[in-house]
Design a protein around this ligand. Sequence first.
Ligand SMILES: NC(=O)c1ccc[n+]([C@@H]2O[C@H](COP(=O)([O-])OP(=O)(O)OC[C@H]3O[C@@H](n4cnc5c(N)ncnc54)[C@H](O)[C@@H]3O)[C@@H](O)[C@H]2O)c1
Length: 316
Amino acid sequence: MATWLITGGCGFIGSHLADALLARGDRVRILDDLSTGKRENLPARQELILGNVVSSERVEQAMDGVDGCWHLAAIASVSRCNEEWIPSHQVNQTGSIRVFEAARRLGRQGRPIPVVYASSAAVYGDNPALPVAETAEARPLTAYGADKLGSELHARVAAGVHGVGSTGLRFFNVFGPRQDPDSPYSGVISIFARRILDSLPILIHGDGGQIRDFIYVGDVVRFLLRAMERTAPGRAEIFNVCTGGAVTILELAQLLSRLGGQELRIEHGPARSGDIRASSGDPGRAARLLGLRAEWPLELALGQTLAGLAERSQAS
Ligand SMILES: NC(=O)c1ccc[n+]([C@@H]2O[C@H](COP(=O)([O-])OP(=O)(O)OC[C@H]3O[C@@H](n4cnc5c(N)ncnc54)[C@H](O)[C@@H]3O)[C@@H](O)[C@H]2O)c1
C-alpha cells in the first residue's frame, strides 16, 4: 500500500486530495500547522503531524518513508503575503526548499522522493497574452507570486543539482466545498455563495468586468493525482491547471444568484488596488502531456459549492 505525505492537507485543496487518496485505499500522512486549515476537514482517525513546513525536523519526520509528497502548505492570501512579507516568504519559498531538501535526503536507494507542489497563476502577474501559456513571461506583481515563482526556480535546482523530480501546478482560481467563506482572504466564489445563502447583496469591487478562469476542486484533484504519476527523477516540470474559460465577476454573481434561487442584488465597492483585470490560462500543455482537461461544467460545480456550504452551515 502506498503512503503519501500532503503538506497543507487540512486546507481546502489538500483535504479533497486526501479524500481521493483514502478512497482508493492509500495511506495518507498530513503535515499542517492549522493556521488556515481545519482538523475537521479530515476523517476523524486520519494521521496528522502538527507542525510548520519551515521546520526541517518536522518536514523530515513527515517525509520519512513516504512514496511521494504533495506540497500544498502555504500562506495562500495575496494581501497577507504583501503585509507579512518576510514571514510569508519563509513559509511560501523556504518551506518549498525544505520539502525539496527532505525529498533529497530521505529518498531510498539513491532515488529522491517525488514532489508535486502548488504554484499559482499569480506567477504571470498581468501578462496580457491571454490565455496565458507556461511559456509566457512570468512577471509576478505580488510577494505571493514572487515566492511561487521562486519555488519553481528552486524546484529546477532540486532536479538539476540533486535529482529531485517535481511537478509544479500553476492553479488558477480554484473553488468548491470547504473553501472558507469566513476568511477575509477567501476566494470570491465562496464569499458570494455565503452572501447568497444569507440572503445578502453581493459586494463587487470595481465594475465586475474582471475576468477569471475558475476551476473546480474536483478537477484540481485529478490534476494533482496525475502529476504525481508523471513526476520522474531529475525532471522539474510546470503545468497550468485551468479550464481555458473566462468568466466575468458579474456573470459569476448572476449565475450564483440564479442557482441559489435569489434575485440578483449587487453593491459596488471601490476597485481593489493591484487587482488584475483579466486572468485566463491555456490548458493545452497539460492536455498534451498529462492527458487531462477540466471536466466539471461551471454551473454544476457552482451548485455543488452552494450545496456544500449550505450543508456546513446547518451542521455548525
Ligand atoms: N485556492 C486557490 O484558488 C489557489 C490558487 C493558486 C494556488 N493555490 C495554492 O494551493 C495551495 C493550497 O491552497 P488552499 O486554497 O487549499 O489554501 P488553504 O489555506 O485552505 O490551505 C493551506 C494549508 O496549509 C496550511 N499551512 C499554512 N502555512 C503552513 C505552515 N507554515 N506549515 C504547515 N502548514 C501550513 C494551512 O493550515 C492550510 O491547511 C497553496 O499552496 C496555495 O498557495 C491555491
